[in-house]
Design a protein around this ligand. Structure first.
Ligand SMILES: NC(=O)c1ccc[n+]([C@@H]2O[C@H](COP(=O)([O-])OP(=O)(O)OC[C@H]3O[C@@H](n4cnc5c(N)ncnc54)[C@H](OP(=O)(O)O)[C@@H]3O)[C@@H](O)[C@H]2O)c1
Length: 263
């Protein structure tokens, strides 16, 4: 299906790895011009080179730590300086440590708040400035299925995801009349470098094999497996496109049925 993204300008945060990287690739495959944002310029340059060679689209990078208060504004300014506009913002920068509630120190909660929550809020706010001038734009926030179904050992992720779902809905209602549509995508367990690190840590801690740990993790997932990053990215590209039409303020869960309930 043609998503009508050819020539659109898309900024993707967390674009050097995992879901952000796959989302950037999917947008490039549809012909979008890219601004890739993360901290490591070296990793961004490698991803940008691969995307530009594969999809023959304009690809630029902006290295920034999105926990810094002005980083999102600078990333959006760089995008507009490079391409003259901003049509799509995908917010995928994030990483939360988790654990047993009474063992999680304040710093872990604060880090999740600073990066996943405030990094995303600031990216949304920065992206809305050119989008409001243009009277068009689409923002896709990568939240996570723990936001609707908190698991006891994943609460620093869960609270940030839940808070972002609230911000997505409220902000979407604020700007819908201005032609700007905002939605969330909530992945469940997804194979990315972050996921592989989790598996490796558990191999070390338990002595079990990686296969056994993944099997145990996916036992409660009705599909019986983790998602691949490109399965999340396809949903992201669709919601970032005009093909998603009138959809705004919603959350699409991509988790093989892991989240219980009917919505
Ligand atoms: N994988 C899963 O199972 C899963 C499930 C549910 C939700 N999610 C959510 O999906 C999003 C992406 O996760 P992922 O698994 O794709 O992670 P990942 O592979 O570790 O990628 C994270 C990306 O964020 C960037 N990043 C990290 N800290 C940053 C900072 N301070 N400033 C700017 N960029 C930063 C990283 O690059 P640098 O390190 O170079 O900055 C990298 O590009 C996260 O928000 C995560 O919570 C993932």
């Amino acid at each position: 299906m043609d998503l009508h993204l050819k020539g659109k300008v898309a900024m993707v945060t967390g674009a050097s790895s995992g879901i952000g990287r796959e989302s950037a690739r999917m947008l490039a495959a549809e012909g979008a011009k890219l601004m890739l944002v993360a901290r490591s310029k070296e990793k961004l340059d490698a991803v940008a080179a691969e995307i530009a060679a594969t999809f023959k689209v304009d690809t630029a990078v902006f290295a920034a730590d999105l926990t810094e208060p002005d980083a999102a504004d600078r990333a959006v300014a760089a995008t507009c300086a490079q391409y003259g506009r901003l049509d799509v913002a995908v917010c995928s920068a994030g990483a939360s440590a988790n654990g047993i509630f009474w063992e999680i120190p304040d710093e872990v909660w604060e880090a999740s708040f600073r990066l996943k929550f405030m990094g995303t809020v600031r990216t949304m706010r920065a992206a809305l400035a050119p989008m409001r001038d243009q009277k068009s734009g689409r923002i896709v926030v990568i939240a996570g299925n723990l936001g609707r179904q908190p698991l006891p050992r994943g609460l620093p992720s869960a609270f940030a995801n839940a808070a972002l779902l609230a911000v997505v809905k409220g902000t979407a209602d604020e700007v819908a009349a201005q032609g700007i549509f905002i939605n969330a995508v909530s992945p469940g367990l997804t194979r990315t470098p972050r996921f592989e690190e989790r598996i490796a840590a558990q191999v070390k801690a338990t002595g079990k094999s990686a296969e056994q740990i993944e099997h145990d993790m996916t036992a409660p997932v009705p599909s019986g497996r983790v998602s691949e990053a490109d399965e999340i990215a396809r949903t992201v590209a669709w919601l970032a496109s005009p093909v998603a039409g009138h959809i705004t303020g919603t959350n699409v869960t991509v988790d093989g049925g892991h989240t219980k309930g009917v919505t």
